[in-house]
Write a new protein. Structure first.
Length: 88
């Protein structure tokens, strides 16, 4: 993440006002998916989301990662949550 920001984004964009959210499976599991809802709300307020690739875990991955459940697609939640641009 930091390499992407420092070499490809920060030379061209002012990122000082950017908000970041950890949408990893572990974070979504630990927060009962509240982090995704917060990210969607921020996207709705700001008008854009730049998102790194994430996975929707399979049943096997849920067990391997020790997750409570297979949380749904964050992309789907973003599309349903607001009418804006999601770059992933």
């Amino acid at each position: 993440t930091q390499l992407l920001l420092s070499q490809w984004i920060e030379p061209h964009f002012d990122t000082s006002a950017w908000e970041t959210y950890d949408l990893s499976c572990k974070s979504r599991d630990e927060t009962e998916d509240a982090v995704l809802h917060d990210a969607v709300a921020a996207g709705k307020r700001i008008g854009a989301i730049f998102k790194e690739p994430t996975i929707t875990p399979s049943a096997v991955q849920v067990q391997e990662m020790g997750l409570k459940k297979a949380w749904g697609s964050p992309n789907g939640a973003m599309r349903k949550g607001w009418n804006g641009i999601t770059i992933s």
